[in-house]
Design a protein around this ligand. Structure first.
Ligand code: IMP
Ligand code: MG
Length: 173
């Protein structure tokens, strides 16, 4: 598997960008009642690094949805596998995701969370693949905008594997 990967973003590049994002978020959410929502599973390394780059107080909660039938393409069907364990009503919610591809997952998740009446709902993603978008989703914070490649590592998987790669690489099937 690993012999089919070429590096795209190094550990140092990721670390620097995550620090910048964290500092920006601290500025933007200063003094606000914030819940940072992580979308499992792919977000876990990014999430852990990002929240530790935010020197302020906030709540953390996780949500897991499934949108893939095990393949490489989003199907547009979203099922909640694990829901948040706290309310976002009347609070500021920031959804953190590993990658926005077609946008279908975040489109559905955003609508679902908006129904719970947060004061604001924003999206932060490590990676953005805008050329693949099928539905418009406002992405407020982007780590890196990338070309149309299938990427793995730093949380991103190929059939559940390669999430533990410490950098992001392009997978060549
Ligand atoms: P979307 O619904 O098409 O925007 O897909 C979002 C989800 O698809 C992400 O949370 C990832 O789990 C997965 N995904 C999209 N592109 C890639 C990729 O290049 N590598 C690994 N997973 C991906
Ligand atoms: Mg995923």
């Amino acid at each position: 598997m690993r012999d089919r990967i070429t590096p795209l973003l190094s550990e140092a590049q990721i670390r620097d960008r995550v620090q910048q994002l964290g500092a920006q978020l601290v500025k933007d959410y200063a003094g606000k009642d914030l819940v940072v929502v992580g979308l499992l599973n792919g977000v876990f390394p990014f999430f852990a690094d990002l929240v530790r780059a935010m020197a302020m107080d906030f709540d953390i909660s996780f949500m897991q949805v499934s949108s893939y039938g095990g393949g490489l393409e989003s199907t547009g069907e979203v099922h909640i596998l694990k829901d948040l364990d706290r309310s976002i009503q009347g609070r500021h919610a920031l959804v953190v995701e590993d990658i926005v591809d077609t946008g279908l997952t975040l489109f559905k998740v955003s609508n679902l969370l908006k129904d719970r009446e947060p004061l604001s709902l924003k999206i932060c993603t490590l990676l953005d693949k805008p050329s693949r978008r099928k539905v418009a989703v406002p992405v407020d914070y982007v780590g890196f905008t990338i070309e149309d490649h299938f990427v793995v590592g730093y949380g991103l998987d190929l059939d559940g594997k390669l999430r533990n790669l410490p950098y992001v690489g392009i997978y060549h099937p």
